[in-house]
Design a protein around this ligand. Structure first.
Ligand code: EPZ
Length: 420
């Protein structure tokens, strides 16, 4: 297995370019199941989860061709309707095939994703919505068996809580349903917006895009003609690199990004004392003498993203004063705390709130990655720590960060990927 070795303290400089968004790419790949044409997709991030999803589409009978840095996905001859446990256990976002497969074939079997390091992550809201649209859902042998032999019907779906992939599943199912579907309390993340924009360009009428209430007029089972797509930039990758530059007290630029997608993040960095020069598709961040402590409560978009919570905790460990971070979306998203404490951070947990004392001088150590974003927090801590940090089990990182060590090395970090 690979591990990352980081010698802390190096100053960063220059420009790091952000890749396409993993969390936009996955629903886009799922949406190709709704297409009667071959779909050309640009700016797909080269990360493990995207490779896994492409493999899933091939297992379902589709094909994926790579040409000139783009991927052409042909799902027109799709025939499979089972997302197997073998695939789903490596990528819980496989649940995104539920809505499209059910809408297209009237039946499908999708392995239950099960929990993960950050929480139970049930899919009850996805299933309730499918039943409301006319599907019969049965759980057996760890699989979701969904049937809608007469197709899905438009209806009103009110989500008890905002769910990103739950919203995306319903949006894709509604695109092929008979009649109109109204979604109340729909997620508003930029990745959900891009999915809606793509479906609109495919001829599906959708009102309320970008708001928490959508109305989707379905095609009645008719497959769609999807346009060529370019995946939006990854806002979490952009935020992660801004934190890395901030941690090393450097001045550098994060480019090929969409600043308006991370206003809650840049707002917090400014509050912590960093200077940010925001251009149309890049941000230059400059150091601050004194990192101010911060208070963060994670919430749905456009609030502070839970996917940036761990990275800010690493930064807060070095702030001049006490910070508070409250995690409101997931019940166990503090797996990085133990590892940061091993590096010298002073953090106390009480329920879903972390109190970070600050003023820590982080020391390099052997640490263990536990989930995607926790891993990136350990990278950030390692960049700012004194001495050497080795981060193990970095397959977690590879799920969502493209060529991280190459990109960080390219702006001056002393980082290498080695074999255990
Ligand atoms: C998406 O996960 C993202 N993944 C996550 O990013 C992100 O952390 C999360 O949204 C929140 O923003 C993708 O988009 C592929 P949710 P998702 O359904 O859709 C509860 C990363 O690091 N819930 O919005 O699975 C759930 O337990 C990943 O890139 C139910 O109770 O998250 C959680 O507490 C990690 N029942 C809350 O809702 C359901 O049926 C929000 O979850 C569905 C969700």
């Amino acid at each position: 297995m690979d591990y990352l070795q980081i010698n802390g303290g190096a100053k960063l400089h220059g420009n790091v370019a952000v890749s396409g968004s993993k969390n936009a790419a996955l629903p886009i790949l799922a949406a190709t199941i709704l297409a009667k044409n071959s779909v050309r997709i640009a700016n797909l991030p080269r990360v493990a989860d995207v490779r896994t999803f492409l493999k899933l589409i091939e297992l379902l009978g589709g094909s994926c061709a790579h040409c000139e840095g783009e991927v052409v996905v042909s799902a027109d001859r799709l025939c499979g309707t089972t997302a197997t446990y073998e695939i789903v256990k490596t990528m819980r976002a496989s649940i995104l095939t539920l809505g499209p497969l059910l809408a297209r074939f009237g039946e499908c079997r999708v392995s239950l994703p099960g929990g993960c390091a950050i929480g139970a992550r049930p899919v009850d809201l996805h299933l309730k919505a499918m039943e409301k649209m006319g599907a019969m859902i049965e759980i057996a042998e760890g699989y979701i068996h969904a049937k809608a032999p007469k197709g899905l019907n438009g209806t009103t779906i009110v989500f008890d809580k905002s769910t990103v992939t739950g919203s995306e599943n319903v949006i894709m199912a509604a695109a092929l349903a008979r009649g109109k579907t109204r979604i109340v309390h729909c997620a508003k993340e930029p990745e959900v917006v891009q999915l809606c924009e793509i479906l609109t360009q495919s001829g599906v009428e959708i009102e309320g895009i970008g708001t928490s209430e959508l109305e989707i007029d379905g095609s009645g089972g008719e497959l769609l003609e999807l346009p060529p797509i370019s995946v939006i930039p990854d806002r979490i990758e952009a935020g992660t690199y801004l934190c890395a530059i901030a941690m090393t007290k450097s001045r550098a630029t994060v480019s090929n990004m969409e600043p308006k997608h991370i206003v809650a993040v840049t707002d917090k960095l400014t509050e912590m004392g960093f200077d940010l020069q925001i251009q149309s598709d890049s941000i230059t961040i400059s150091p601050t003498e004194r990192i101010n402590p911060i208070e963060i409560v994670t919430s749905e978009y456009p609030g502070f993203p839970t996917d940036m919570q761990a990275q800010f905790m690493a930064l807060a460990a070095c702030a001049e004063g006490g910070s508070i971070i409250e995690e409101r979306l997931f019940e166990n998203r503090f797996m990085h705390v133990g590892e940061l404490v091993r590096m010298g951070a002073k953090i106390a947990l009480k329920g879903n709130t972390a109190s970070i004392t600050g003023m820590a001088f982080l020391n390099g150590a052997d640490v263990m990655a536990t989930d995607l974003r926790a891993s990136s927090a350990l990278v950030i801590a390692g960049l700012g720590a004194k001495g050497q940090t080795r981060i193990h089990r970095i397959y977690h990182l590879d799920r969502g960060y493209e060529r991280l060590e190459e990109k960080l090395g390219g702006i001056g970090a002393d980082i290498a990927r080695l074999k255990e």
